[in-house]
Design a protein around this ligand. Sequence first.
Ligand SMILES: Cc1cc2nc3c(=O)[nH]c(=O)nc-3n(C[C@H](O)[C@H](O)[C@H](O)COP(=O)(O)O)c2cc1C
Length: 191
Amino acid sequence: MPVHPILAGRWSARGYDATATISAEHLGDILEAGRWAPTGGGNQPVRFVVGVRGDDTFDGLVDGLKRGNQSWAPAAAALILLCTADVPDEPKMQDYATLDVGLAASQMITQAQVDGWNAHPMGGFRAEAMIERFAIPPGRRPLLVVAIGRLSDPTSLRPEIAERDSRERTRLPLHQVAFSDSWGSSYTSEP
Ligand SMILES: Cc1cc2nc3c(=O)[nH]c(=O)nc-3n(C[C@H](O)[C@H](O)[C@H](O)COP(=O)(O)O)c2cc1C
């Protein structure tokens, strides 16, 4: 893959080491990476709820996850809930606010990778539970949880987690997703 090794090395793992702890410095780096992400119109709608394994916020975030994610995410060193603005009457602004979370998450995931962590985004959580637990006010929308974890020795993992993490990762080929001239006409870098 001809992309930067930091990007090529990123993947969404589940097999985390439940004893690994993250330093305040590394967690701060990851939050700063999110804070400095671009936002539509410079509106800065993204907010973070940060839990470190062992604290009440982390437990609250785990409680709000869907069951499938609860099977592996408690071994993360930190969980970060990303919220954005809720602007139901302004579809364009809602699009921007939603995109802003994606960009913040992408920068956070990349920064985590730079610092030697794996980061795994999750949409599988109960928004109502998060709103209630963290007193998220009207006008704010929880959109994504990012787990930050240290990869565990694969031989120490539960078999279902090890199997999931060993699955081949694939993507649609570039010619199916990149077009020029008209939709469906594959982009090619060759003249
Ligand atoms: C918006 C979004 C929601 C996701 N939700 C979940 C989730 O709830 N649980 C989970 O295990 N992975 C979740 N993922 C991770 C994807 O399954 C994963 O990125 C995808 O399968 C590609 O694998 P890769 O990240 O290893 O390249 C989510 C990713 C995104 C971007």
